[in-house]
Design a protein around this ligand. Structure first.
Ligand SMILES: Cc1cc2nc3c(=O)[nH]c(=O)nc-3n(C[C@H](O)[C@H](O)[C@H](O)COP(=O)(O)O)c2cc1C
Ligand code: SF4
Length: 518
């Protein structure tokens, strides 16, 4: 049998040199006259080990990483094609602790095979959920998704089944499924990873959503910063269409569903669902007032399901294994698994899918391995740029929507950014206001003006000008933004600011030399 070598084509792995490694391996094969097949798989998400090269041996896959082009010659010398030992040897990929400790439901296939091979997708259980769905009544599909307890993974955690039911129950000559792949939060890459590493699971999830709600057309709105994901999704849609997964007879059934990929233009606020709909319609990405809900009047005024990539990609396993199977994982009202994205100043950065309920401390210290700098962890921002900063004292908070809300935080899209003790929380608070000022769509005053006033007030604090008065002013401003903003961009910017002030008050003490020293 011809040896098979797996080298990720995932953009995270490419950024770490996977293309150079692939070229070096191809050259070495040619120089040595060895015939082998190079497969460009997605990433399994252990980015601290990327580029992670795998070989298929008689005893299963063997991984090596992180591989540098300069390692390639010695890898061949060590007999890596048959799993030989080398300083980069990692053993069986599914035994690598970072991967072995995960519960992979949504990401079960991600990074294993060629993402564009539908046969490989089917060989690992793909399309079973859709096969079940085409034989069911729409209301029964919606019921199953509702009973699974799946909540939106884009940030708000709204129950997916309830959203689908509204669209199913709303009359419309045309309905749409819109997939939100804008993924603008800092430290997040789960959407990108699945689109690049297992695109068919998203296509399958969208087709199920279409059949469940009566929508015949889907759009995936992908941020322009993800060219690899755009290319993979476009090709995967073509493959799916040719194979009859999409089109006028989905899997040979009378159901119609087709989809297109659309590319955003680089605005954080276009991840907000109504702003995204405006952008898809070719308008400026400004937030729409609700009601009407997009489920009633969404894209082009038609009933529309708008869901995050991970919400939709979690549906196939629910439709395959059943609501009870999925619901069995998790805690409280947070059911199933969540792909936690560990980033920032951390030793073991990557994607870790686990049932809800792990504590923040377990994620940062045990899984993440603490900081990359080796210094103590000072703060962890959870949920992107609008998420709160958690100090070590709150590390016992379990990963659960309600538990985080109870600590004035949010899970958001489950990205966590780790900071060591050199972080200046006043600067982080200023950054939150500055980010909001830059990204604000401008529709409402508390966000548009408040964020700019926030930057100015924090600058006065940093300069030691009337500290007590300015601290009170920032707090007051945060309350105005929190309760007076139309959407969560202005409404949640206070979270990183207030959490910094609450948990790290020492960084906000008068320090007249702070500005002068910089
Ligand atoms: C400023 C802002 C940015 C957002 N960005 C995203 C995003 O990039 N991706 C996403 O899925 N949801 C984002 N959301 C949440 C969406 O508005 C919406 O809740 C989500 O797409 C619904 O899908 P879900 O129920 O599957 O989570 C954002 C919200 C706000 C206020
Ligand atoms: S809060 Fe900000 S982003 Fe949201 S609608 Fe108002 S101005 Fe626009």
């Amino acid at each position: 049998m011809i040896p098979r070598i797996y080298i990720p084509g995932d953009s995270g792995a490419l950024a770490l040199g996977a293309e150079k490694v692939a070229k070096a391996i191809a050259k070495e094969l040619a120089d040595r006259g060895i015939e082998a097949k190079i497969v460009r798989n997605g990433s399994r998400g252990a980015y601290f080990l990327e580029p992670m090269v795998e070989v298929a041996t008689a005893n299963g896959r063997v991984a090596y990483g992180p591989v540098k082009p300069s390692d390639v010659k010695s890898l061949f010398d060590c007999g890596f094609l048959t799993g030989g030992h080398h300083k980069r040897w990692l053993g069986a990929p599914d035994k690598i602790p970072f991967l072995a400790k995960q519960t992979r439901l949504t990401f079960a296939r991600c990074g294993i095979n060629d993402p564009l091979s539908l046969d490989a997708y089917k060989s690992l259980g793909g399309l079973k959920g859709l096969q079940n769905a085409v034989a069911m009544a729409p209301a029964d599909i919606v019921k199953q998704v509702t009973e699974s307890g799946l909540r939106g993974r884009g940030g708000a955690g709204f129950p997916t089944g309830i959203k689908w039911k509204t669209v199913l129950d709303t009359a419309g000559d045309r309905k749409y499924i819109v997939c939100n792949a804008d993924e603008g939060d800092s430290a997040t890459f789960a959407d990108r990873m699945i689109m690049e590493g297992d695109p068919f699971v998203l296509i399958e999830g969208m087709a199920i959503a279409g059949i469940a709600t009566g929508a015949t057309k889907g759009f995936v709105y992908i941020r322009s910063e993800y060219p690899h994901a755009v290319a993979t999704m476009n090709r995967a849609v073509e493959v799916a269409r040719k194979a009859g997964v999409l089109g006028v007879n989905v899997l040979g059934s009378p159901n119609v569903f087709d989809m297109e990929i659309r590319v955003g233009a680089g605005a954080y606020v276009c991840g907000e669902e109504t702003s995204l709909l405006n952008s898809l319609e070719g308008k400026r990405g400004v937030v729409r007032a609700k009601p009407p809900l997009p489920a009633i009047q969404g894209l082009f005024g038609k009933p529309t399901v708008i869901n995050n990539v991970i919400s939709l990609a979690s549906v196939p396993i629910i439709m395959d294994k059943g609501a009870a199977f999925y619901k069995d994982y998790g805690m409280g009202r947070s059911r199933g698994t969540i792909p936690i994205q560990i980033a920032g100043n951390v030793k073991h950065g990557g994607l870790f899918e686990a049932a809800f309920g792990m504590t923040l401390g377990e994620i940062v210290d045990d899984i993440g391995g603490g900081t990359a700098s080796g210094r103590p962890v000072k703060a962890v921002q959870v949920g992107g740029p609008l998420g709160a900063y958690f100090p070590r004292a709150l590390f016992d908070t379990p990963f659960d929507y309600e538990a985080f809300a109870a600590k004035d935080g949010l899970i958001g899209h489950a990205g966590i950014t780790v900071f060591d003790d050199t972080a200046d929380m006043l600067k982080q608070a200023r950054f939150a206001m500055e980010f909001c000022a830059i990204e604000s769509c401008g529709k409402c005053t508390p966000c548009r003006i408040g964020s700019t006033r926030g930057v100015e007030t924090i600058d006065r604090l940093a300069a030691g000008i009337e500290p007590e008065k300015n601290l009170a002013l920032v707090t007051d401003l945060c309350n105005t933004m929190k309760f007076g903003s139309l959407c969560a961009l202005g409404g949640f910017t206070p979270y990183p600011v207030i959490s910094s002030i609450t948990h790290f008050p020492e960084d906000f003490k008068p320090a007249p030399t702070r500005v002068a020293a910089e």
